[in-house]
Design a protein around this ligand. Structure first.
Ligand SMILES: Nc1nc2c(ncn2[C@@H]2O[C@H](COP(=O)(O)OP(=O)(O)OP(=O)(O)O)[C@@H](O)[C@H]2O)c(=O)[nH]1
Ligand SMILES: [Mg+2]
Ligand SMILES: [Zn+2]
Length: 334
């Protein structure tokens, strides 16, 4: 096996060339988080550790490696990770304190998995769609456990209006053709969704083996780390732990393309679709969907303000340090 089996392509070769000149080798992060990683390299699976300078030079945790990343590492075992190669996409969520957390890098397709037993929650799906749009990753909605739902047709119609949708049951169907049609060989997909919706069950069905542990009880989080898995069809799939909080920091207008299109016809450009005259949205969009839109829009706007403020603080700090350094420099006589 080589890194080509893990999604390496000519586009990456180009991005990587400066690191190659520095004697570093490319590796893909297939597992792990802060501190200890599992890497796939041209000489197989190795353990990876962060080089001190990468850790200390990082302005935020977003700059550290995450599952799916391509990194430049020493050709040793354990390998020392020196750089994170510029990402093609980064899937993030906003945590409760307002910090953005990286969930997965270099994902081509996001499978947003919902369980049709008791997890079906359109407002939560709106959140996941916004995360995918914010990351610039193509979303595919996966409605799993159709065997436990008396009328999956209505939900399927509702979801299909938002993004390409697959209706699935791991006990009745083979997910390989259903999900495989959305991912080309060499591409990477990831499974997102609450705990217990069946993400690891889907992985095992695609692999036709019990590689991932499956939950016995729905309330516990069975998968605890992110793992990139190579499927027989030649594409890669990242199994994610279930997410409790799904804070949104952007992507809302794209996730609500229907509302956005109608809003262009409101009489006032700053219409809040809340009783204004000439509003084109309020009577055309279901009240729950409009409420979900408003809530996520407020949340994303708040996050933008918070990130702008913190970027401004960092900029000010940089200038202060530069200024202090300049003052210390000896004045040369001319
Ligand atoms: N009836 C039915 N049960 C399913 C289906 N898919 C998964 N399950 C069951 O749902 C439970 C949870 O499945 P997991 O695959 O562990 O769920 P997960 O999304 O990986 O959960 P976390 O790892 O905790 O995030 C298990 O008991 C599975 O057997 C399905 O299509 N139909
Ligand atoms: Mg799991
Ligand atoms: Zn309006």
């Amino acid at each position: 096996m080589s890194i080509i089996d893990w999604g390496w392509s000519s586009a990456w070769t180009e991005r990587f060339s400066p690191h190659r000149l520095a004697g570093l080798a490319p590796a893909r992060v297939v597992d792990g988080s802060r501190g200890v990683y599992e890497l796939e390299t041209d000489s197989g699976r190795v353990r990876g550790e962060l080089a001190g300078r990468l850790e200390y030079a990082a302005d935020s945790a977003l700059e550290l490696p995450v599952a799916g990343d391509w990194v430049a590492a020493t050709p040793t075992d354990p390998a020392l990770i020196v750089h994170v190669v510029e990402r093609q996409s980064l899937f993030t969520r906003v945590q409760e304190g307002g910090q953005r957390q990286a969930l997965a890098a270099n994902i081509d397709v996001a499978f947003l998995v919902c369980g049709l037993d008791r997890d079906w929650n359109p407002a939560r799906l709106d959140r996941y769609l916004a995360l995918a749009m914010d990351a610039g990753v193509r979303p595919v909605i996966v409605l799993n456990k159709r065997d436990l739902c008396p009328d999956p047709g209505a939900i399927h119609a509702m979801a299909s209006a938002l993004a390409p949708t697959v209706l699935l049951s791991c006990t009745l169907d083979d997910p390989t053709p259903l999900l495989g049609s959305f991912v080309a060989p060499g591409q990477t997909a990831a499974l997102f969704g609450s705990s217990g919706v069946g993400k690891s069950t889907i992985v095992n069905a695609l692999l036709q083996e019990q590689a991932q542990a499956i939950g016995e009880t729905v309330c516990q989080h069975t998968t605890t780390s992110r793992t990139l898995i190579r499927l027989p069809l030649g594409w890669l799939l990242l199994d994610m732990p279930g997410l409790r909080a799904v804070g949104v920091g952007g992507g809302v207008t794209d996730a609500f393309a229907d509302v956005t299109a109608l809003a262009a016809q409101c009489r006032f450009t700053d219409c809040s679709h809340n009783g204004e005259p000439g509003c084109a949205v309020e009577n055309a969009v279901a009240p729950e969907r409009l409420a979900s839109f408003r809530k996520l829009q407020r949340e994303a706007a708040y996050q933008h303000r918070r990130e702008d403020a913190s970027a401004a603080r960092a900029e000010k700090e940089r200038w202060k340090q530069l200024h202090a350094a300049m003052k210390k420099m000896p004045k040369k006589g001319r």
